[in-house]
Ligand binder design. Structure first.
Ligand code: PEP
Length: 247
């Protein structure tokens, strides 16, 4: 039985004060929610303030990135140990904005996942095709490459995969439940090739313009186990509705 997971990716949004105000409004709503897991990923600068607010909440704190090295001369980078120190239990790795704007490779992503798992951080590992790749019929090929390379040498435990078609992120063009389910089923088959039966326990989130209006249709699909949400996670009211998608 895979517990649904709804994760907020705030990207480069919210000051410390804005983070605190969001959590003051949002956390009481999830105080006794046990049928859905909630993860919130603020920017680095808000992590310790968020950790303080989330101390007695079932919601988990996540970072949006990590560097693979332990420490040293890597200006601007943050290690997995530092994320743990800041109160994180999870980290998003391989988001399409990092792949395409910041030019992160599958190899770099793989190193990051290894470092995060070595420190016990749960990893939300993002994959997804560009519009041109989908139009060229290459979606499955892209997903196979990203998953094979990204998860090379990494056991199944502590991994959540997020399928985020790049053409759906921040565009308002959500994948239809059928399109998303097809990709999720393919991803699960890749995970089964690699991990065998354990693939049935792994959660695969959908990300890309998820809103309170479209989440129920997506969550009704057999291989969609949750959502990674950008824009609609920035307001407590809409993120509350997403977490309460069943009600
Ligand atoms: C994301 O940032 O991972 C995302 C899916 O963004 P949005 O929900 O805004 O499309």
């Amino acid at each position: 039985m895979r517990k649904p997971l709804i994760a907020a990716n705030w990207k480069m949004n919210k000051t410390i004060a804005e983070t605190q105000a969001f959590l003051d409004a949002f956390l009481p709503v999830v105080a006794d929610v046990s049928d859905v897991e909630v993860i919130i990923a603020p920017p680095f600068t808000s992590l310790t303030a968020a950790a303080e607010k989330m101390k007695s909440s079932p919601a988990k704190l996540s970072a949006q990135n990590v560097f693979h090295e332990e420490k040293g001369a890597f200006t601007g980078e943050v290690s997995a140990a530092m994320l743990i120190d800041a109160g994180c239990e999870a980290v998003i790795i391989g988001h399409s904005e990092r792949r395409h704007i910041l030019k992160e490779t599958d190899e770099a992503i793989n190193k990051k996942i290894k470092a995060a798992r070595a420190h016990g951080l749960e990893v939300i590992f993002c994959v997804g095709e560009l519009l041109a790749e989908r139009e060229a019929g290459k979606t499955n090929e892209v997903l196979r490459t990203q998953i094979t390379a990204g998860l090379a040498g990494i056991p199944a435990e502590g991994i959540v995969v997020a399928y985020e078609p790049v053409w759906a992120i921040g565009t308002g063009k959500t994948a239809s439940p059928e399109t998303a389910q097809e990709a999720h089923a393919f991803i699960r088959s890749l995970l089964a090739e690699k991990y065998g039966n354990a693939a049935q326990q792994l959660r695969i989130l959908y990300g890309g313009s998820v809103t309170p209006e479209n989440i129920a249709g997506l969550m009704a699909c057999p291989d969609i186990d949750g959502a990674l949400v950008g824009g609609a996670s920035l307001k407590p009211e809409s993120f509350m509705q997403l977490v309460q998608f069943k009600r």
